[in-house]
Design a protein around this ligand. Structure first.
Ligand code: UDP
Length: 491
């Protein structure tokens, strides 16, 4: 099918950030849009596209989606550059900001000189870049921030926290001080719970200023999307709506996609199989292993696509899991350890893992979390993982690494009360205790709260639910954006 624009069709360009978590939810949104008769072109870096071709069965699945296209641009790094995932915000974003502009200009305009797309949906991390392109070419821009609403709002409110002298954080001894002046989350978060970029010394090399700057760029977009839902982050969403009149909460997107596809199937329209968007080879053998386990007997351990762990941290978590005597499935991603393996692990760990554990390089996470054998999720609280845990109704124990994970983890434990958190420490005794709390001691309490939240998540993405209705409004907006395009701009 031609990619050029026809007056009668709505064709959007989607521009994700080149990292697993960002791509997953952007492609879920792309699929939802295609199912709503919107044509979509996704612009990825060549490196990401090659990995999707290799691990995500894109070519075979694309046949079922004639109105979905992929385009690429070079991130400017040689193809054999390791593109270290832990530095993705610093290094990769810098590269994209440097390299993407000419390609964006080129593909956004047809040979006739007319804009090819009726709208650009960009990862809000690229606020300045895409806003410039949109302004120049007369194409409306929508920002999709792939983080939680609570972290987006914390970044947004950073200037006011400095003005009221609540920031900066004054060293380690200040970490437990309560933050009082973020509207909608008064007295809920301590300095320790603010996204990691608020700390002077954190594990990535990202200063707070550019993060806050890009967040404020969202004010210049024609609309803002978040992957969340009303019943999860309502008080914060009310605050966000004061500043962003055209705002859509569409999540959890993975559950939303399943819900819309199920409706299509019921109405006897066939919907094509979803394509996975893994950047690593998925090891499905863990599903067979899970099939052989008792219901709710396994802790699933995964720290996402960016987290690095030291050998000491690995040993603490490993000892804690083995000492808990519970069964565990642990994703140890290639390159996840920050140091080269030293000496062999102690025999008790090897034996304990042989008896009760399973380790894989990359798992089909959403399927794992939905498996009856899973009773708990030890997570870094990346936003996709958090939403996947929420929707599956699995209690979480959180060990946040960076960015929004610190505040997500606080919300899991103290606001939604669907799990526990282990923040700024990594201790085998605590891991053991938390696993036992989650799986045994407080199991009933967490079963109640997680099931209640999972029901709210499912309701939000069913017909009549808040995210379902917001998506319908969003599609209406996209379909009318072409008619009103120029006037949508806030100069
Ligand atoms: N994921 C996966 N298999 C794994 C580990 C993670 O499919 O073995 C997926 C997970 O389902 C989630 C994404 O990778 O959708 C990670 O995104 P998240 O926002 O949780 O964390 P990030 O990787 O950005 O830190």
């Amino acid at each position: 099918m031609s990619e050029d624009h026809h007056e009668s069709e709505t064709h959007v360009l989607m521009f994700p950030c080149p990292a697993q978590g960002h791509i997953n939810c952007m492609l879920q949104l792309a699929e939802l849009l295609v199912l709503s008769d919107i044509h979509v072109t996704v612009l990825n870096t060549e490196h990401i596209h090659q990995r999707l071709l290799r691990f995500a069965e894109i070519p075979s699945r694309l046949a079922a989606y004639p109105t979905l296209h992929f385009k690429t641009f070079s991130d400017g790094l040689p193809s054999d550059d390791p593109r270290r995932q832990e530095d993705y915000v610093g290094e990769q974003i810098k590269q994209v900001n440097l390299m993407a502009m000419p390609r964006l200009r080129e593909i956004c305009v047809e040979a006739s000189g007319k804009p090819r797309f009726s709208c650009i949906i960009a990862d809000g991390i690229f606020g300045r870049l895409t806003n410039e392109v949109g302004q120049e070419l007369g194409i409306p821009v929508v920002y999709f921030r792939t983080i939680s609403a609570c972290s987006f709002w914390a970044y947004f409110c950073a200037p006011r926290l400095f003005e009221s002298n609540e920031l900066p954080i004054r060293g380690e001894q200040d970490m437990d001080r309560m933050i009082t002046s973020i509207p909608g989350m008064e007295n809920l978060v301590r300095c320790r719970d603010l996204p990691s970029f608020f700390r002077a010394n954190h594990k990535s090399h990202i200063p707070l200023e550019p993060v806050v700057f890009e967040t404020h760029q969202s004010l210049r977009a024609q609309a803002l999307i978040l992957n969340t839902f009303e019943d999860l982050e309502g008080p914060v969403l009310s605050q966000i709506r004061h500043h962003f009149p055209r705002f859509y909460a569409l999540g959890p997107l993975h559950a939303h996609l399943n819900s819309r596809k199920a409706t299509k199937t019921m109405s006897s329209e066939t919907s094509p199989p979803s394509f996975e968007s893994s950047l690593w080879e998925v090891d499905r053998s863990c599903m067979t292993w899970l099939d052989a386990q008792q219901p709710k007997s396994v802790v699933y351990v995964s720290f996402g696509s960016i987290t690095k762990i030291s050998r000491d941290e690995l040993m603490e978590i490993w000892h804690g899991l083995v000492n808990s005597k519970k069964r565990f499935l642990w994703v140890i991603r290639p390159g996840m350890l920050s140091e080269k393996e030293g000496q062999d692990p102690p025999m008790d760990l090897v034996e304990g893992t042989k008896e009760r554990g399973r380790m894989v390089g990359w798992a089909p996470q959403k399927e794992v979390l939905a498996h009856v054998a899973i009773g708990g999720f030890m997570t870094h609280c990346g936003w996709n993982s958090t939403l996947e845990g929420v929707a599956a109704g699995v209690p979480m124990m959180c060990w946040p690494y960076f960015a929004d994970q610190q505040i997500n983890s606080r919300y899991v434990s103290e606001v939604w009360k669907i799990g526990l958190e282990m923040k700024d420490v990594c201790d085998r005794k605590l891991v053991e205790e938390m696993v036992n709390d989650l799986m045994v001691e407080r199991r009933q309490e967490f079963e109640k709260s997680t099931q209640a939240m999972a029901t709210l998540a499912k309701t939000s993405v069913r017909e009549g639910g808040s995210s379902y209705s917001d998506f319908d409004r969003f599609v209406q907006f996209l379909k009318s954006a072409r008619e009103i395009d120029g006037s949508l701009f806030m100069k």
